[in-house]
Design a protein around this ligand. Structure first.
Ligand code: ATP
Length: 431
């Protein structure tokens, strides 16, 4: 599909997945709001991650740290000194670019008359409290990871976990990106899903490889075709100052391969730095071996917006039903915003009580939509576009035979089932 990005962006806006932020004021600098369908998809992505990383394991626990942290954190982590991108200005058209993304030519006007690259700091700075002096400076976190490192000792003590174990966290991060873009792929405010896995130093490489495979598999399990994913290992000169190995999980976006998630071996860098700057011991005492060590850290760090974009792109499909073009989002049922739509065949009042009764039953178990406007065909299309796996149609016979019809988004097969067994039937199909 040549204009896949455009088709997905249009669908996302038209159907209420994503709105430009502050749209009535003309929008605001590549920030986006998630609408009724988008917030459901976003939560489902985050829930699927939490399930895989925390719920279905006994070696990872969760955390929810504050966005604002002691400024010392960013000194210790190295962000204050080094968290910048190389910025160049085009002298001809005055556009600004990230030097590492454009080479020696301005993508806007083609001029080669660019300034020397200079570092542009990516952290948002603000003030805490009523006085705007240096002592009140604070930063919006550019990654959630540091909240995990500074809580390492707290979690170790209270959870009684021991290496290898992980701490997982989801939350907002902020970077003053020079060139945000590609819809929700790169924004200045974004949501991350990060996990720091603490291991004995000798096991770092083994766990790095484990998490590369594990994270790649997560996307495949949620419906992204394996041939649209790859693991790209960084060259030595590309590595961050703290890392001995990094691999990106990349997705074949319509504009080329792009990072979905980075898996990094951060060694003992962060714990050692925070230990130095805070004066607290951040290590693990292995009683059995009578040995103290600073664990090494493997970090899979994913972005919610980027994966939503990938899930939408991979799910978008067009086909023909009854001689009519249909747009369908073949989202994995775990990710689909609505699992079920309850549709009374017509808007006639006689159907309403039964249809409402069915909605009430279903709603307790699954996120459900209810739609009684327009023709049934139009309503099926609307649900197909939203990725709803199953429609449940209530017709005039339903009142007497207490049965409804389930329609499958992908096979289009329709099957009549008793209202009594409907929840169980849907549960089995959604499992
Ligand atoms: P890039 O090279 O694309 O700027 P990065 O290597 O700086 O990304 P990391 O620091 O590894 O990104 O962040 C981990 C994850 O957080 C990324 O894989 C991505 O999913 C997400 N992420 C980072 N920056 C942004 C952003 N500006 N907008 C949306 N998601 C982001």
């Amino acid at each position: 599909m040549p204009d896949l990005t455009e088709a997905v962006v249009n669908l996302a806006k038209r159907r209420g997945f994503v709105f430009p932020s502050s749209e009535i004021y003309g929008g605001f600098r590549s920030t986006w709001d998630y609408g009724p369908l988008g917030v459901l998809l976003k939560r489902n992505v985050m829930e699927a991650w939490w399930r895989a990383m925390v719920q279905e394991r006994d070696d990872i626990v969760g955390l929810d740290a504050a966005i604002l942290m002691a400024p010392k954190v960013w000194e210790a982590s190295g962000h204050l000194a080094t968290f910048s991108d190389p910025l160049v200005d085009c002298r001809k058209c005055k556009e600004r670019w990230r030097a590492d993304q454009i080479g020696d030519t301005c993508p806007n006007c083609g001029s080669k008359d660019l300034t020397e690259a200079r570092p542009f700091h990516l952290m948002f700075k603000t003030h805490v409290g009523p006085v705007e002096d240096e002592g009140a400076t604070a930063y919006l976190r550019p990654e959630t990871a540091q909240g995990i490192f500074v809580n390492f000792a707290n979690v170790l003590q209270t959870s009684r976990k021991k290496p290898p174990f992980g701490i997982a966290q989801q939350g907002k991060s902020f970077r003053n990106e020079i060139t945000p873009g590609n819809f929700i792929f790169r924004t200045r405010e974004f949501e991350q899903m990060e996990m720091e896995f603490f291991v004995p130093p000798a096991d770092g490489q083994k766990w790095f490889e484990y998490w590369c495979e594990e994270r790649l598999r997560w996307y495949v399990d949620l419906g992204i075709p394996a041939d649209k994913l790859r693991l790209r290992h960084h060259d030595p000169e590309e590595l961050s100052h703290y890392s001995t190995g990094t691999a990106d999980v990349e997705f074949a976006y319509p504009w080329g391969w792009g990072e979905l998630e980075g898996v990094a071996n951060r060694t003992d860098y962060d714990l050692t730095q925070h230990s130095k700057f805070s004066g607290e011991r951040l290590e693990y005492y292995d009683q059995a071996a009578n040995e103290r060590y600073v664990p090494h850290v493997i970090e899979p760090a994913a972005g919610v917006g980027r994966s939503m974009m990938a899930f939408l792109l991979a799910a978008y499909d067009e086909d023909e039903v009854g001689g009519e073009k249909r747009v369908v989002l073949r989202l994995h049922k775990k990710l689909a915003p609505y699992k079920v739509a309850v549709l009374p065949l017509s808007k006639k009042d006689t159907l309403t009580p039964t249809a409402r009764e069915v909605l009430g039953l279903v709603q307790k178990h699954f996120m459900a939509d209810y739609d009684e406007t327009q023709s049934i065909g139009r309503r099926y299309r609307r649900q197909d576009e939203a990725g709803t796996p199953f429609c449940v149609t209530v017709d005039f016979e339903s009142i007497d035979d207490r049965a409804v019809t389930i329609r499958d988004r992908d096979t289009l097969a329709q099957e009549r089932v008793p209202i009594d067994g409907l929840v169980e039937e849907l549960r089995a199909r959604l499992a």
